[in-house]
Design a protein around this ligand. Sequence first.
Ligand SMILES: [Zn+2]
Length: 338
Amino acid sequence: MSNKRFSELEQLEILIEQLGNRADVQVLERISYRGQEFPVYCIILGSKQPDVPVLGLFGGVHGLEKIGSEVIFAYLQTITQLLDWDDEFNARLQKSRLVFVPIVNPVGVYRGTRSNGNDVDLMRNAPIEGQGNTKLYSGQRISPLLPWYRGDTSAMEAEAQALCQIVRQQLFNAPISIALDLHSGFGLRDRLWFPYASCKKPFAAITETFALKKLFDRCYPYHIYKIEPMSLEYVINGDLWDYLYDEFRQQNVNERLFIPLTLEMGSWLWLRKNPLHLFHRHGLFHPVLPHRQRRVMRRHFILLDFLHRSLLYPKPWAHLDLAQRDVYHQAALRLWYD
Ligand SMILES: [Zn+2]
């Protein structure tokens, strides 16, 4: 990184240093770009046992949406402090595992582009076709000069493969796991999306997802999220989480639970409050004013903490009896699928 600083990577490396031997740190991949190497770091905290619940947090898949990485940094900062004194939190980690890949697409974050160094949109790069009304932004194969370029989906980009590999390794084998992929850009509200992104059919964990939403609604009645299948807003090609979910289902019918969620932080609100954002490089995808940025960084901690605890105590949402399952299943179909 000779001629230009990469402050997000510097920040991440400081956090890694502070965690020291309390974390297991891996370099999943080194991405070459114009003579430089960019590491894709993974930080693992907690139990190394295969049979514990796992929460995975992923950010920076789209390089422009760097607020996702920053929310994860802020959470890691908090955790680093909790590890020193909070026995309850430490006990929680002995029974569970947290997996972080805060910068999935380091070249994109470094350049300030949505795509990676090959101009491929990683969240359009999986070999999976959207069904129905797809648009240019759903992912295109026309040209890498246009946004949403899908690249070669039969040989996925190194960053996409690294993400898939760590999810298989760390989450697929867990009895219960949730992945949360942090993005920003679409809409006025913060959305929590679950599969599918490629079609409008219900995904297999719809009942548990509905029950989890109910539990969240009950515990935090004033939470800010609109929880829905991504395809309710738009349908895309090549979604990595759809791809991973289908692969997981083929291997683990009914014995394990894996729910991939996408947090889409609605950034049009930042735009509405300050139209000058339009002229800022990151403006559409990033809250430029420091106080707004700080607010975004702390506003999601309740969700992250809730997801962690709900994985440790799955009884009220993932271990339902048959009658309750049926009620929730019907309610989920009514709410999200007509
Ligand atoms: Zn995104």
